[in-house]
Every structure is written in C-alpha cells, then in structure tokens.
Design a protein. Structure first.
Length: 205
C-alpha cells in the first residue's frame, strides 16, 4: 500500500509539472475569432476588390512587454467565425494581410457585396490601409489597439474614405487565452465599425 501511495504521489507530481510546462509554453499561432454583425442584402449587386496596404513602420504586432509572452509566434493566425448560438467554425490559417482581407471579405459579403478576386473585373476597390496593430501587456492587463483607413477607389480616383480605430483591455489570467480574447474583441469591433453602406453611397455622390 505504501508503494502504491508513493507511485500515486509521483504520478501527481509529474502531472502537475507537465501542466505547468504546458501553461508556460506559447503556441506558434494566435487564434482570432471574428463575430459578424446582422446580415442584410442592402448592397446586393455591388462588387468590390479588396486591397490591403500596410503602412506601419514596425511590422511586429507586439509591444515590448508582450514579446516575451509570444516567443514561439510564427506570424500565423488561426481565423474563425463566431457562430452565435452555433459553434464557431475555423476558416483557415492566415498571415496578417490575408487575415484582414479574409475578414473584410466576410464583412462585405454579409451586406450583399460580391468580392472579386481579380481587380480589373471589380466595379471599385476597397483599400484597407493598416496604420496600427499593437498587443501589449500593461499592469497585468492585455491592451490591444488597431487603426486603419478604408478607401473606396474607382478608376484610380479616391471616391470616399473613413478612418477607424479602437482599443480594448482585458486582465491577464490565462496568459495567451486572454490575449487572444482581447485581440478578437478589438478585431471584431474595428472591422464591424466600418459603415460599408455609407462608404459606398458617399462614393456614388
């Protein structure tokens, strides 16, 4: 019985060490879960080509305090769509430019716009100019900020534009899980904040 108790104790210690190591290890990717707004067909028949331009001086998304928390990050994001009452589903794995383009594709399709993959076949171009994406750790809080400018261009002429920015915070409890949550929250907020209907109508005069 004594030997059995010693084996149980040893197993428990090994399990706790394994769990601790797993908790400390960081993943090679970051999960981003996007929540679409209520769908409509308000812009049915419109077509757009999505162009992404990154004007950030520093292409890293991490602030100085967050870098050490993501030392295994490869630059890949696992992108999923929040299913509401249904289970979320994974769309795929993307780098940062592709992540934004994919999210805006879903956002445009959500209001009836056809997203064209060949620029010359589209009626107009929606250019997303990324100005800032920062995830940092400040006083045990994850802080995420995103800003961009959306430009609607037709025949090489800027027809309309809108600047979008946002910031979100979340207390650090579960390390990377909380960071992913705050990043998903701000990502959803700034994508959905763009008034696509207003932008298209403004471009038409």
């Amino acid at each position: 019985m004594k030997k059995l108790n010693q084996k149980v104790l040893l197993f428990s210690q090994i399990l706790l060490i394994s769990l601790f190591i797993s908790a400390c290890a960081t993943k090679s990717y970051i999960n981003v879960n996007y929540r679409l707004p209520v769908s409509s067909d308000s812009l049915q028949g419109e077509t757009l080509f999505i162009k992404f331009t990154d004007v950030r001086a520093d292409k890293s998304i991490f602030g100085k305090n967050a870098k050490a928390e993501f030392n295994n990050f490869t630059g890949i994001f696992s992108f999923s769509i929040d299913g509401g009452k249904k289970k979320s589903f994974v769309v795929g794995a993307f780098d940062l430019p592709s992540l934004f383009k994919e999210a805006f594709s879903k956002r445009l399709e959500n209001v009836g716009i056809g997203v064209i993959t060949e620029e010359e076949k589209a009626g107009s171009i929606l250019e997303i100019v990324l100005q800032e994406v920062v995830l940092d750790l400040v006083d045990r809080k994850w802080v995420a900020e995103i800003s961009y400018e959306a430009r609607l261009i037709k025949d090489d002429i800027l027809m309309a534009k809108e600047s979008i920015n946002g910031k979100a915070e979340r207390t650090k409890v579960f390390r990377q899980k909380d960071a992913e949550k705050v990043l998903s929250d701000i990502f959803t907020a700034v994508i959905n904040k763009l008034d696509v209907n207003k932008l298209v109508k403004k471009a038409k005069g």
